[in-house]
Ligand binder design. Sequence first.
Ligand SMILES: C[S@@+](CC[C@H](N)C(=O)[O-])C[C@H]1O[C@@H](n2cnc3c(N)ncnc32)[C@H](O)[C@@H]1O
Length: 242
Amino acid sequence: MRLALVCQGMQENQERVFSFGRTSCLPKPNQYVKMLVGEYRDFAFDESRAPQNRGLWRQEIFKTDANCPLDLEIGTGNGFHFGHYASKNKDRCLVGIELKFKPLIQSIRRPLRVGLKNARIVRFDAKEIEKLFADQELNNVMIHFPDPWELGPQWKHRLISDEFLKKIHSIQRSGSFVEFKTDSANYFRWTLERFVRSEYQIECVTTHLHQSRLVQGNFVTAFEDIFMRKGLRIHYIKVIKN
Ligand SMILES: C[S@@+](CC[C@H](N)C(=O)[O-])C[C@H]1O[C@@H](n2cnc3c(N)ncnc32)[C@H](O)[C@@H]1O
């Protein structure tokens, strides 16, 4: 009863209620929740701690200099790409955002298992990204297979919106990119429309990544593999912040 009251109070004080349940308010934390706040707390941050890193990722969290590139992956899933990217880019820092506890722990375990210290994971709603990063704090942003919310009434749940693109544009440094992949032709068109009317410059677009020259250097994520096995085309957009 007391826990419920404390959590209710916390939510009322927030600008937007965190719709996925706050880690600290879960009545029965499972093993992954416990790992997030326990064993992995130096590398994983819940919704209460993560915003405290805003503006401080390079110096305080990664203990690196102001010029070190800092990239973001939104919706890491089980972390195949997250782990791969951290190991291929040891001279860059990587933050991942994920809502679900098990994939979040799977993601951060991958770089840590091979001794990498250049990755951190955050449990947060990516729609509120401006609470995690200060203006021009980030370099590249990768968004691979966000939930497509295909039905008309569900579109309001889509991550990509004009408002969201404005937010990521302002937290990125000039010369950085946003990379977007989806299996959904509908979500691809929706996203392209919004990029076209945003401040970003379109760098490349394809509706069939695996039959285009852009496939060179592409890493197949867990969901990409599932969609390819089903014979679906992978749609790809890359834009630049000038
Ligand atoms: C379809 S999966 C794709 C996972 C991975 N990127 C891949 O390609 O295999 C989408 C992931 O995004 C996460 N997600 C969905 N909405 C999110 C949000 N608003 N903020 C952060 N993560 C989110 C989900 O929990 C899920 O793990």
